[in-house]
Design a protein around this ligand. Structure first.
Ligand code: PEP
Ligand code: MN
Length: 364
C-alpha cells in the first residue's frame, strides 16, 4: 500500500504517519518527491483497514499497489532517482551519463593503475574492478580480495574516481562495503536473497546486475529486496541474457532500458562488455545503449587484454576506450545527456542540486 501525502504536508505529519504504520507492525518507507512525499508500506499481508491512515493529518490518499514490486515502482516515486556522491557533480541517474570503466579484475597494482590512468583521462567518473570474482571454474583466478580493494582505494585517492566493486557473498560484503562507493551484486547473485537483504542494510549505493535469465519482474524484485531493507540507492544494470544466439556471449537486451524507465524511477546502466563478450561489439553497443536512453555504461578495459586473468576477449584496449568516449559523447549530446568530469571537486559549490530532469521530455 502507498500513502500519498498532500503537497503541503509537514515533516511532522509525514513522521506521524510513518510512526502509525510502524506501530501496526509494518515498515514505512518515506520517499520524498518534488511535489509531495509518498510513503510505501511493506510487511503487511492484507490491506490496512480503511480510515486508519486516510483520516490522518496531511494524508491525501491511500492507494493499493497491485504490482509485486512496490518501492521500485513509479507509483511510489514519480521522479527519477539520482544517486549523488560526495565531492563531485557526477551522478548515476539524472542528466549526467555515468561512465564506469576498468578491468574485469584487479590483478596487480601496476595493472590497475595503468588502466585507471587511461580511463580517467578519457573521462570515466567511476572505476570498476573485481576484487572477488565469481568464476565458472574453481581453478580460475578468484581475485585479490582485500589487497584488490586497497588498490582501488588508492586509485580513488589518486584520480578522484568513485569505486565500484562486487560483493560475492555475505563475508566479502563487509569488506566491500568499507571500501567501495557502489557495491556491485553480480548476475549470478541476482536471486541470492539473503545477500540482497544484507546489502539492503548497507550504507552505500548498490548496483544490481540482471540475472542470466531474469525477466523484468524478477529483476525488479531483486531491487525490491534491497529497497525493502531501507537502501533506496539502487542502480539496475543490463548485462545481457542467455539466448540461442552464439555470435555473442550473451544477448544484450537494450529494450529493457525503456521498459525499466517506464515502470521504475531507478537508474539503469548497460554493460556492453558482458553483454556481448566480444571486444569488437562493445563500442557499437555502447553507442546504442546511450541512444536508447541508458543512464550510464559499465565497460571493461585492460592495458594488456591478451594477458588478462579474466574476460580479456571483451576488454577494450585503452585507445579503443578513448574512441568509444569520443563517439559516446556525440550520442549523449543528441539525447540531452552530458558526461560531467569527476575531478571538479574544488570548483563545485557546496550546494550542488540535481538539475530538473529534462530526459523524460526527450526520451520517454
Ligand atoms: C563483472 O562485472 O565482471 C561480472 C562478473 O559481471 P556479471 O555478474 O554481469 O557476469
Ligand atoms: Mn568481467
Amino acid at each position: 500500500m502507498l500513502v500519498v501525502m498532500q503537497a503541503h504536508a509537514t515533516e511532522e505529519q509525514v513522521r506521524a504517519v510513518c510512526q502509525k504504520i510502524e506501530s501496526l507492525g509494518y515498515r514505512a518507507h518515506a520517499m520524498p518527491g518534488a511535489t509531495r512525499t509518498a510513503i510505501g508500506i511493506t510487511g503487511n499481508q492484507a490491506e490496512i483497514e480503511q480510515g486508519t491512515l486516510d483520516e490522518m493529518a496531511g494524508v491525501q490518499e491511500v492507494i493499493r499497489v497491485s504490482k509485486p514490486y512496490k518501492l521500485v515502482s513509479r507509483d511510489v516515486k514519480e521522479e527519477n532517482t539520482v544517486i549523488k556522491f560526495a565531492g563531485t557533480q557526477a551522478t548515476i541517474g539524472g542528466k549526467n551519463l555515468a561512465i564506469i570503466a576498468g578491468p574485469c579484475a584487479i590483478e596487480s597494482r601496476e595493472q590497475a593503475f595503468a588502466v585507471a590512468e587511461r580511463v580517467h583521462r578519457a573521462g570515466a567518473q567511476f572505476f570498476r574492478g573485481g576484487a572477488y570474482k565469481p568464476r565458472t571454474s574453481p581453478y580460475s583466478f578468484q581475485g585479490l580480495a582485500e589487497d584488490g580493494l586497497r588498490i582501488m582505494a588508492e586509485i580513488r585517492e589518486q584520480f578522484g574516481m568513485k569505486i565500484i566493486t562486487e560483493a560475492i557473498d555475505n563475508e566479502s560484503l563487509a569488506l566491500v562495503e568499507e571500501y567501495a562507493d557502489v557495491i556491485q551484486i553480480g548476475a549470478r547473485n541476482m536471486q541470492n536473497f539473503s545477500l540482497l537483504k544484507r546489502v539492503g542494510r548497507a550504507k552505500k549505493p548498490v548496483m544490481v546486475k540482471r540475472g542470466l535469465s531474469a525477466t523484468l519482474e524478477e529483476f525488479f524484485m531483486a531491487a525490491e529486496y534491497v529497497m525493502s531493507e531501507g537502501n533506496y540507492n539502487v542502480v539496475l544494470c543490463e548485462r545481457g541474457v542467455r539466448t540461442f544466439a552464439d555470435h555473442t556471449r550473451n544477448t544484450l537486451d537494450l529494450s529493457i532500458v525503456p521498459a525499466v524507465q517506464r515502470l521504475s524511477h531507478l537508474p539503469i546502466v548497460v554493460d556492453p562488455s558482458h553483454g556481448t563478450g566480444k571486444r569488437n561489439k562493445v563500442t557499437p553497443l555502447s553507442r546504442a545503449s546511450v541512444a536508447v536512453g541508458a543512464d550510464g555504461l559499465i565497460v571493461e578495459v585492460h592495458n594488456q587484454p591478451d594477458k588478462a586473468l579474466s574476460d580479456g576477449m571483451q576488454s577494450l584496449y585503452p585507445e579503443q576506450f578513448d574512441e568509444l568516449m569520443v563517439q559516446v559523447r556525440q550520442i549523449a549530446a543528441v539525447v540531452g545527456r552530458e558526461i560531467v568530469p569527476i575531478g571538479t571537486v574544488a570548483s563545485l559549490s557546496s550546494s550542488v542540486e540535481t538539475p530538473p530532469d529534462t530526459r523524460m521530455a526527450t526520451l520517454r
